[in-house]
Design a protein around this ligand. Sequence first.
Ligand SMILES: Cc1cc2nc3c(=O)[nH]c(=O)nc-3n(C[C@H](O)[C@H](O)[C@H](O)COP(=O)(O)OP(=O)(O)OC[C@H]3O[C@@H](n4cnc5c(N)ncnc54)[C@H](O)[C@@H]3O)c2cc1C
Ligand code: SF4
Length: 429
Amino acid sequence: MEEEIKGYTMQEAISEARRCLNCPKPMCRTGCPIENDIPAFNHAVSLGNFGEARSIIAQRSNLPAICGRVCPHENQCEGHCVLSKAGKGIKIGMIERFIADFDTEMNLNREKKIEKIGGKVAVIGSGPAGLTVAGDLARKGYEVVVYEGESEPGGVLLYGIPEFRLPKDVVRNTTKKIADLGVQFVTNTMIGTDITVDELFKNGFDAIFIGTGTALAKSLDIPGGDLRGIIQSNYLLRMVRLYQDGNVDKSEVPIEEGDNVVVIGAGNVAMDACRTAIRMKAKSVTVAYRKTVEFMRAAKAEYDGAISDGVDFKWEHAPIEYVGENGIVTGLKCQSPNGEVILPANKILIAIGSRPAARIVSSTEGIDVDEGGYVVTKQKPYGMTTRRGIFAGGDVVHKPATVVLAMREAKKVAVGISEFLEAKKLLGE
Ligand SMILES: Cc1cc2nc3c(=O)[nH]c(=O)nc-3n(C[C@H](O)[C@H](O)[C@H](O)COP(=O)(O)OP(=O)(O)OC[C@H]3O[C@@H](n4cnc5c(N)ncnc54)[C@H](O)[C@@H]3O)c2cc1C
Ligand code: SF4
């Protein structure tokens, strides 16, 4: 699965950046959750000064190649650009992506040697939240070790978002740049199972950050749930990734050529699942969503992509039963504006959200969670849990959202961790 949207050439990036008006009150920057200095990097690109553009972005973001590709730009920076009112908004995501990819290709990385200032932090999870905390704290001079349960760092960026939207090499190059800041990655290590949080403290860490996301996929409580052919979308995306890496046989991918697939849900995961099913040569793919199109949570670009892939959308179709024969699913019964209907399918993909696993909180004293299992954190120091020295951020705190929102929170938590570590030093702890 090749990357679907091609990046800018150098000339295209310069031409697009030259259209920027360098507004005195740049609305694009207000629209960016991490307040990237967009006019400044546009200006640098317009002059062909890509190294300068890279340094400007690095002040706010550790993941520009990823944000440039998967952020919902139409609601954020690009949607706020003054030129977007006339339908001519600057393609900020494409420029950001160009700068990051050019940096990787030309190895523009000129990080100054970072002096260590004392203080050791364990980061649990290497998704956008963990990578952001790790990068920001390493830049400040703290020693950072990232623990990841999977065999490679990246989180959902690697095992969720498919290759045609976010190539694996882009994620690998990004984690390499963070490792180049001095961050150590320990993979295949599940905290709470392989090592406990208390053992991490005993091993000399001064603070711990939990950025473990929401790994448990939600199910629908309707009759017929035990029929064969009902699959979690996250499982499909993960198996396709493993198949593409040569780690599993194609027969283990749960969608086959000729399948008739119904996808339940209309968020980004649902769009990725239905577009992946098409690429695995499913015969038909239909999305069933209980509300109208206005309530769809998927980014518009993803929805447009699904439409052009040939996905059929059934709005106001609320699932009420999985129907089947001989233990195998044959369709999804829905309540629709026209009464009860059955959408025929031999595979049904569920994409109705996810919630945090309890692996860490159940093996650690003193970390409070709310009724949904989300970790409770404080405002001061920002992101600290109910247990001193343990911080949390990203989806495990704020519910499944977007890459850049996980990053925004993680940036604030990195400041909270730094304040905590400096206070510890002052107290001589
Ligand atoms: C299929 C899919 C498509 C998406 N598409 C988009 C998109 O287009 N744009 C967008 O902005 N957002 C998208 N999102 C949402 C976005 O990816 C998430 O909001 C973001 O990844 C959350 O970051 P995080 O760091 O909090 O958690 P995650 O990315 O989930 O990372 C958590 C990491 O912690 C690790 N971990 C968990 N428990 C442990 C443990 N006990 N010990 C060690 N490691 C552990 C996990 O293996 C994982 O690597 C998508 C999500 C999915 C699932
Ligand atoms: S709002 Fe648009 S035109 Fe103005 S500075 Fe930002 S990108 Fe440039």
